[in-house]
Design a protein around this ligand. Structure first.
Ligand code: AMP
Ligand code: MG
Length: 347
């Protein structure tokens, strides 16, 4: 009799646990959606408990992405960045808190890269034919010199207590193309967290944040593509609660007289960066930092770039160089190299 009672209690407990699991949780679903935003493909993958709930959250994500586009897009005359570019040469312009956040991070990165990162490259992007249309052209030396007179990150005067921005030189234009996408990814991930999501991946044209585990319960694995051989994967990075941003000279470029001109400009020369770097992926706790640093590495070059990545806490990266046909990978830390490469003792 006592044994029967014990069995009954055990059976009841098992039933209770099973019903709680099925009623409250259900089987996790992976919901993936992709949209064209900010001139790039943005994809959101969410692991959640019900497709309806996850679909609702995804709608909120798209609404937030559209709002951010209306702040940071240089293609929209009514955006905050367009207003700054029109007016900050004439008088101090009030800016939003989030614009201050992005401008402050840009200033930090300019400082630590000694000016290799410089959001005031706007006028140079125009003469090299990367903005507003993509119709690459090689400007004359005079054009480069006259645009250079309107470039310089130290001439961006950010008054944080007053919440305003002013340009110290007339005709300056800022371009947030190197870090705004990363900022957008961070905001979307913050929204997902607030909605109770603890497993997701947000990817805005190669700027990625991996939240929690992948659907298989492991770290997310991000393939770094070959810069010249589309579809081939050079290496794989593993991430959890971390961002990775990739910049490449194969995304936005033109070729003239067999020379490749990419959209990352060396602010010291006023010309597209000429280091041997062809691709960079930087991992950081937030995507805006990863994005800005990845762009910077093109200007800094591989060996100084690796040294800088080693110096910055909680940041790592892989820089890909190309000399003739020789593609080389430079890792800032061997712990991020895929195990097979390390076991083979490859450099
Ligand atoms: P990304 O694709 O993140 O590497 O950013 C490239 C974009 O950053 C370009 O299209 C420009 O809008 C902008 N940019 C180009 N050169 C620089 C630079 N030296 N510092 C900061 N932003 C830059
Ligand atoms: Mg970038």
């Amino acid at each position: 009799m006592r044994k029967k009672t014990q069995y009954f209690i055990l059976y009841s407990i098992i039933c209770l646990i099973a019903s709680l699991l099925t009623a409250g949780c259900g089987k996790p679903v992976l919901h993936k959606e992709t949209r064209m935003l900010m001139g790039t493909m943005v994809s959101v993958e969410i692991v959640g408990n019900s497709s309806e709930a996850v679909a609702l959250i995804t709608e909120k994500v798209w609404a937030e992405a559209a709002r951010l586009e209306s702040v940071f897009s240089r293609y929209r005359p009514d955006s905050e960045i367009s207003r700054i570019n029109r007016e900050a040469g004439k008088h101090p312009v009030p800016v939003s808190d989030e614009m201050i956040k992005v401008l402050s991070r840009a200033e930090d990165i300019s400082r630590i890269t000694e000016g290799a990162f410089d959001i005031s490259v706007g006028p140079l992007m125009e003469i090299w034919g990367f903005f507003p249309q993509r119709k690459g052209r090689v400007p004359s030396d005079e054009e480069v010199a006259s645009s250079m007179a309107r470039v310089g990150w130290q001439a961006i005067e950010l008054d944080r207590p007053a919440g305003t921005i002013q340009f110290a030189k007339m005709g300056m234009e800022i371009d947030l193309g190197a870090l705004a996408k990363g900022y957008v990814v961070d905001r979307l991930v913050e929204l997902l967290r607030k909605e109770g999501i603890d497993s997701a991946m947000v990817n805005a044209g190669g700027d990625i944040y991996c939240l929690g585990d992948n659907p298989g319960g492991r770290n997310w694995r991000i393939g770094i593509e070959h810069p010249r051989d589309e579809g081939e994967i050079l290496t794989v990075l593993e991430l959890k609660n971390r961002a990775v941003a990739t910049s490449g000279d194969y995304r936005n470029y033109f070729i003239k007289s067999r020379l490749r001109y990419s959209h990352i400009i060396d602010p010291r020369t006023g010309r597209p960066a000429r280091s041997k770097v062809v691709e960079v992926s930087v991992m950081a706790p937030d995507c805006m930092t990863a994005d800005a640093l990845a762009t910077s590495m093109f200007v800094i070059g591989a060996s100084n770039g690796i040294n800088l990545l080693k110096e910055i806490e909680d940041v790592d990266g892989v820089i890909v160089t190309k000399e003739e046909d020789d593609i080389k990978l430079h890792f800032s830390d061997e712990s991020i190299e895929p195990r097979r490469r390390r076991d083979r003792g490859e450099k």
